[in-house]
Ligand binder design. Sequence first.
Ligand code: SF4
Ligand code: SF4
Length: 83
Amino acid sequence: MAKGTVKIVVERCKACGFCVEFCPTKVLALSPAFNSKGYHPPHMVNPEKCSGCDLCGMYCPDFAIFGYKVGEKPAQKEAVHES
Ligand code: SF4
Ligand code: SF4
């Protein structure tokens, strides 16, 4: 079972791909779906490999993704930034 998971705030994503690139276990890929701004947000393609390390969240410039350990709550960075 995966140790972690991510919360993705689809509408904040600008599809820069940093989360995909910096995830150490290649959990993420940009999805074929669009958000309302026309960007492809990430989705989990290997969810069982997620450790909840939150490197994806640390690299995301738009506070659009939060990694967290199963059983914990995602970091509440939402209140800091809204674009
Ligand atoms: S929390 Fe860590 S392992 Fe999970 S998707 Fe983000 S970077 Fe990858
Ligand atoms: S790092 Fe953030 S803005 Fe960039 S693709 Fe991932 S979720 Fe979207």
